[in-house]
Ligand binder design. Structure first.
Ligand code: SAM
Length: 246
């Protein structure tokens, strides 16, 4: 979108291969939650879908459900659209919307939503708008499934290698570290290297802001909208269902 300030303009080319490990670890827990969604209740939305790792999981776990993948970063929309178009099982049911979630024209009734690795892109004020908008759209029994990535309070994160993926003769290495940038705010400092043997062929530096959200904070901000927070799956997945109270 024209007014979406895209933090993935440079890193989007690496995101999909590097976030695949998160889905390898936590995909089963996400799928287990998806199977609890009420059937026949409308499309399931993959919000901030990235390259579509989650979109594919939703479509494969719920084979009769339409999926709406909302993703504003043009480079990631390209990955997502190709992933959806390439797989006949996805192509018939996955709709890709290139909007910012805050501006997207969502269906009046949704059967659930996944917000994986996304929440820190929204300020407290934006999250309040989101809960206000989403609560009445959730079908009875439906929920938003999200994770609260650590740290959930602003604290330094020592720089470390977060990912290393080899494709053909090249290895793509991601480094990440963070520092507090104010109340409920972090700045992440990322480096994405393309290596061949011992040689670093290219290196991209990316810095972006991230809002921290704790479980207690999530409970406090969703409750006024008639939403209840329920932890889901193993603690290390940091997954939560945000359920509309009936
Ligand atoms: C860390 S990536 C996670 C991608 C995907 N959910 C996954 O887990 O594989 C965060 C994603 O959120 C998207 N995003 C950032 N701000 C957004 C917004 N305002 N509305 C919708 N998506 C947004 C980014 O473009 C990016 O694709």
């Amino acid at each position: 979108m024209a007014d979406h300030d895209d933090p993935y303009r440079l890193s989007g080319r690496y995101l999909d291969i590097m976030i695949a490990g998160w889905w390898d670890h936590h995909g089963a827990a996400v799928a287990e939650a998806l199977r609890e969604l009420p059937p026949g209740s409308g499309p399931v939305v993959d919000a901030g879908a990235g390259g579509g790792q989650g979109t594919r999981l939703i479509a494969r776990t719920l084979p009769d459900v339409p999926v709406l993948a909302v993703e504003p970063s043009p480079v990631l929309v390209a990955v997502l659209l190709s992933r959806a178009a390439d797989d006949p099982g996805l192509r018939a049911r996955v709709t890709v919307d290139g909007d910012d979630l805050l501006a997207a024209d969502l269906p009046d009734r949704i059967g659930g939503m996944v917000m994986a690795n996304l929440i820190g892109h929204f300020s407290p004020h934006e999250r309040d708008r989101l809960w206000e908008d989403l609560a009445p759209r959730l079908a009875p029994g439906a929920f938003v499934l999200l994770n609260l990535p650590r740290p959930t309070e602003p604290e330094p994160v020592e720089r470390s290698r977060m990912s290393e993926v080899t494709v053909g003769g090249r290895t793509y290495v991601g480094w990440a570290g963070a520092e507090p940038a104010g109340p409920e705010r972090l700045t992440w400092h990322m480096t994405y290297q393309t290596c061949e043997g011992d040689r670093v062929l290219s290196s991209d530096e990316v810095h972006y802001d991230w809002w921290t959200v704790s479980e207690a904070g999530l409970r406090a901000e969703t409750a006024p909208h008639g939403l209840t927070v329920v932890p889901h799956g193993p603690a290390e997945a940091d997954l939560y269902k945000i359920i509309r109270e009936s």
